[in-house]
Structure formats: C-alpha cells, structure tokens
Write a protein that binds this ligand. Structure first.
Ligand code: 3PG
Length: 214
C-alpha cells in the first residue's frame, strides 16, 4: 500500500519516540538474531535497525520480527530493490544514510516508511520540501555533532532528527537534550565482541543503561 511522505514521517516519529536509542545492528550469524533482539527488547529498546550489510541481514530481520515486542526495521537502504527485500523480510520501517528521488519514490510506492538521511541544511530542506519532516542526521559526530544539530534547530525547527554515526553513551545526552532530536541511533548497545560471545545478559544491561538516557 502506497504511503505519502507525510504518512511515512508520522510513522517514523512514532518509532523515534518509542525509546531514546535505536540499536544499529550488523549481524553476521543468523543464530544470533533472536537472542540479540530478545535481549535488546528486554532491556527496554524495542526498536531495532538491522543493517543490510551482511549476507544474512534479511533472514535476521525475518527472525527478529518474530520476537515479541520488537519493532524491526532495515538500515542501509540504498536502492529500490533494498526496499522490496526489506518489506518482503518483514521490516516495518527503513533507514537510509541519505536519500535519492529514486529511493524515496520506491519506498512511497511500496509503502515502506523511511527515515531518510541528511547532513546539511540543504539536504534537510530538500527532504522537508518533499514532505519528510522526520530525518536521520548522518554522520552525526563527523558532521559537527550536537552543536551542528542545535544550529539547524533555529532555522528549521519543524524538522525532527535521529542523529546516528559516532553517537556514544557519553555524547547521547547532548543530542537527546535538543528540541529537534527524538532519539539517537547507535551500534554501542550491541558490540561485536558481546554478540559473538553470546553475552545476551551483557547486551541487556547495555540496553537498560541506554533506555535511561531519554
Ligand atoms: C552505522 O552506519 O553503522 C551507524 O550510523 C552507526 O554508527 P555507529 O557505529 O557510529 O554507532
């Protein structure tokens, strides 16, 4: 079912207001999908972004979508075929580091609510012009961090962001205290070592700490 950019943004806002942190997940082993999602949901982070950067990513989405309480989206959506594959795997939202007309048109036609990325005022304005008032600020730290995002709030107060890229437990509050930030995205809640060792209790503990950042 097709979606307007305004409908996609309403959906993204709801997702971004669910928890202060969206874990950005790079999962190499399908067997990790269910316990990883369960640990993050149990820790208070139900919104999960599975990056389409590993060969098993679509199957990981399929497995995570079965975990009760999880809201599973696909990240690193770059092309119309990514949109199609993400929807087919059961993703309920999509995240992109940027945005192109072709990508947004495909997501709107196929009905995948997108959180498209912007790093500059011009990029953010182009997305707003199309109807996307909820956007990912990427790469957040490299683009000037919370200071840069705060500067965008003055001329563009109608845009709500999810800063991602270089966000850590140390700087997350700098973003979350801004009026134009709904949540942050970050990979720190699911570190590679803990995932590979199956340290689900450790990941749940990190999620609990992250859930308190908001
Ligand atoms: C990514 O591209 O992997 C995300 O932006 C997460 O970035 P991070 O690893 O800096 O949190």
């Amino acid at each position: 079912m097709a979606l307007t950019p305004e409908e996609a943004s309403a959906s993204s806002e709801k997702i971004c207001r669910t928890a202060p942190v969206i874990p950005v997940l790079v999962v190499d082993d399908l067997a990790h999908a269910a316990p990883l999602a369960a640990a993050l949901v149990a820790g208070g982070l139900p919104v999960l972004e599975v990056t389409l950067r590993t060969p098993v990513a679509l199957d990981v989405i399929r497995e995570m979508a079965k975990v009760p309480g999880g809201i599973v989206g696909a990240g690193t959506i770059l092309t119309p075929s990514d949109v199609e594959a993400a929807l087919e795997a059961g993703a309920t939202f999509g995240v992109s580091p940027g945005a192109t007309d072709k990508l947004l048109a495909a997501a709107e036609d196929m009905g995948l609510p997108m959180l498209p990325g912007a790093a500059t005022a011009t990029e953010a304005m182009a997305l707003l012009e199309r109807g996307y008032r909820v956007q990912k600020f990427f790469p957040a730290e490299a683009s000037g961090g919370a200071k840069a995002l705060k500067s965008l709030a003055s001329p563009l107060p109608q845009i709500l962001f999810c800063p991602t890229g270089g966000v850590t437990p140390e700087n997350a509050r700098d973003y979350l205290g801004l009026p134009n930030t709904a949540c942050v995205g970050g990979s720190w809640v699911a570190p590679k070592g803990k995932v590979e060792n199956g340290d689900w209790a450790g990941i749940e503990a990190l999620a609990k700490e992250a859930a308190l950042l908001g």
